[in-house]
Ligand binder design. Sequence first.
Ligand SMILES: Cc1ncc(COP(=O)(O)O)c(C=O)c1O
Length: 195
Amino acid sequence: MPELAAHVRDVPVNQIREITEAAWRTPGAVVLSIGEPGFPLPRHVLDAGIACLDRDETNYTPNAGIPALREAFAARFREEQGVDVGAERVYVVSGAQQGLHFAMSLLLSPGDEILIPNPGYPTFAMTSRLLNAVPVGYPLHPDHGFQPRVPDVEALITSRTRVLVLNSPSNPLGAVLSEDLVRELVEEPAAMTSG
Ligand SMILES: Cc1ncc(COP(=O)(O)O)c(C=O)c1O
């Protein structure tokens, strides 16, 4: 067994998985830990997947994804969110975690700091540690509706801070950030880009 890189020992354990696996081992336990949809995969989605396999569409695609799929995501984003990103800015990934990992690995150098919500989704800290970066939690208080407070976030910014993670709706808190607060948080921390 090859020795693991030293920094990998600092990657925290994913407690969601620990709880889930304990629940799976416990007869009669109701698993509430993983955010699975409460309905079966819709038939038309299943049929589309099966049709792709029947056509032997099983080979490499362009790295960023099949062009028609990128167009479809861009169109949906435009229609539902009112944001025109253009298909050339869409990069297809296998779920949110892979997208987060890509984004963080493109932005963080070893030793850089990343501000993450506390309490927050466990992989924010895990992925940071895996990239040899330093996760720093900004507090979320119930008496403030679990919304980040700009002064709390600003107080944590150092010359090594590179990334601010905003999670809305929050997992696990469910809090939704207001548009004004997001604008303030995104525009405010000039120190992060100039450092
Ligand atoms: C905040 C947050 N980030 C990332 C993920 C991982 O998402 P995915 O399963 O699409 O990789 C989840 C899943 O629940 C999540 O809640």
